[in-house]
Ligand binder design. Sequence first.
Ligand code: APR
Length: 172
Amino acid sequence: MPIKVITADITGLHLDAIVNAANPGLLGGGGVDGAIHRAAGPALLQACHALPECAPGVRCPTGEARITLGFALPARHVIHTVGPIWHGGDHGEALLLKHCYRNTMRLLREHGGHTIAFPAISCGVYGYPAALAAAVAVATLRDELVATDDIDVTLCCFSEGMQTVFQRALAP
Ligand code: APR
């Protein structure tokens, strides 16, 4: 199935999973993380808190992903992933961002999901240049979808400008 790009509030989407652009602590934050926690209700924070720490204060290292239920959200699951902070591009950012998409898709498959929406991971507070992030997102998701045609991927932007950037990355 083709990858779609939309402009919407990701918290309103009725899908098997929505993706949270989280931080390693997984206890909420601003941006899409804050919006998801507000819409999901306090049970999401409790579920995140219950995830094991792999280092003090770290429940999800950069590039990895963790899954919870969606609680009050219309989405069944939230897959939390931690994008890289942009440090100029020569600190492994592209590989870490690729791992975010790949690990998220792996969790979706493991939980039998078929529909998922991603926000523009790392493109807000974490400062990743949107066109570069969109290129990584599209290339990685295309790779992931080569072997399957039963997963419907939506790239959920929060502004028309961001939608244009992601749409350009999808153009042949
Ligand atoms: N729906 C869809 N997209 C949204 C929403 C929403 N409700 N709210 C914000 N966004 C968009 C932003 O406009 C941006 O394009 O999500 C993209 C990612 O931005 P951030 O949320 O800032 O995520 P990121 O850059 O990955 O930074 C992660 O921000 O809040 C913290 O806890 C989070 O520390 C972590 C950091």
